[in-house]
Design a protein around this ligand. Structure first.
Ligand SMILES: NC(=O)c1ccc[n+]([C@@H]2O[C@H](COP(=O)([O-])OP(=O)(O)OC[C@H]3O[C@@H](n4cnc5c(N)ncnc54)[C@H](OP(=O)(O)O)[C@@H]3O)[C@@H](O)[C@H]2O)c1
Length: 322
């Protein structure tokens, strides 16, 4: 099979297209013919060596799979050859999805939502699982609450806007000016151009000083640190980025804030919940660009470029769509 391997950490040119043996499924595992994958910031963080201790080289990275089951190992009960499936491979737990075949434990694999193409499903698995864990499992977002979603045009943000809207929340979103119409079109009630106006001022104006019940932070640094300044009493802040600088939490104390730190975990349950939203027409992933397997280095370079104009995800077509 063809796979894009990483023999050393470095820039996008560190990848090599290799011919490898097709892996075999063990007990409780499925072998999947990968039709599509997608690019996440985690992929370029892994590529440049940010998590070198967790990634033995040579590596196959990639964190989204949509494809078709080719074979199953002993004891597999939920899947058979020919089933269309989607999932996020175990993060830091073995080979990733930049390859024509992938093996995974059936416990983390879901039946692909029928209404999505493989490219769309591969653009949803990791970011959708993250949003589910952040907004539903951890923040417990409820009907009628309000939420601020940072980076709303991005891979995570554009799914968060739709999931928040589906729960009946009032959605305030931040995005660059060129993404405002897109973010409004997927359900944001208010869009703040974070480059033109301080988001704290804007949220406090839009909520008449009441603040929001939940903040989803996808940015970190100063953006995360200012979050309590837009929070209602007893509000919740969810951060999905690693925090490398000390944060001043005085305002969080004054508002009785709760913090949740999310590093997405893999399981079939949340894939099935996301499928339900897709089937009900409440959730649709968007890919702003598509590349073939061999084009992944260019896709990395694009995602790493600030103000790249992208909306949603970059999809990777590994096999022809069926
Ligand atoms: N913990 C986890 O499990 C987990 C899972 C997934 C992702 N993540 C992390 O979450 C972050 C976002 O991931 P992603 O896939 O959404 O990335 P992405 O697709 O690159 O999107 C990032 C978005 O951030 C916006 N942005 C940049 N600076 C901003 C600022 N100061 N304020 C508001 N928005 C800003 C950009 O929007 P404009 O172009 O509109 O400016 C862009 O759309 C990454 O650091 C990633 O590693 C963590």
């Amino acid at each position: 099979m063809q796979a894009l391997t990483l023999p050393r950490f470095g820039g996008p040119d560190a990848f090599t297209l290799s011919d490898l043996e097709v892996p075999s499924p063990g007990s409780g595992e499925v072998l999947v013919r990968v039709h599509a994958t997608s690019i996440n910031p985690l992929d370029y963080q892994v590529r440049r060596g940010d998590y070198a201790d967790l990634v033995p080289l040579p590596a196959i990275t990639g964190h989204d799979v949509s494809g078709v089951v080719e074979a199953v190992g002993s004891g597999v009960s939920a899947f058979k050859p020919g089933d269309a499936v989607w999932y996020t491979p175990e993060i830091f737990g073995g080979p990733g999805s930049y390859a024509e075949y992938h093996v995974a434990s059936e416990a983390i694999v879901g039946h692909k939502p029928a209404g999505l193409t493989h490219l769309e499903a591969a653009s949803l698995s990791l970011v959708g699982g993250t949003v589910w864990e952040a907004l539903i499992s951890r923040a417990g977002l409820r009907v009628g609450e309000s939420i601020l979603i940072q980076g709303a045009a991005g891979g995570v943000g554009h799914i968060a806007v739709q999931v928040a809207k589906a729960t009946g929340a009032f959605v305030i979103a931040t995005a660059s000016d060129y993404n405002a119409d897109f973010v409004r079109s997927i359900g944001a009630d208010v869009v703040i151009d974070y480059r033109a106006e301080d988001y704290v001022t804007a949220v406090n104006r839009e909520t008449a000083g009441a603040g929001v019940d939940v903040v989803l932070d996808t940015i970190g640094g100063d953006t995360l640190e200012k979050s309590p300044h837009v929070l209602a009493q007893l509000g919740r802040i969810v951060s999905i980025v690693d925090i490398t600088t000390p944060q001043n939490l005085v305002e969080a104390w004054g508002r009785n804030a709760s913090y949740h730190f999310v590093f997405t975990r893999q399981n079939r349950g949340k894939l099935d919940e996301l499928s339900t939203l897709v089937q009900r027409g409440l959730l649709k992933p968007h890919h702003g660009a598509t590349y073939p397997l061999a084009g992944i280095p260019d896709a990395h370079a694009l995602l790493e470029t600030p103000r790249n104009g992208l909306r949603g995800k970059i999809g990777i077509a590994v096999a022809q769509e069926d």
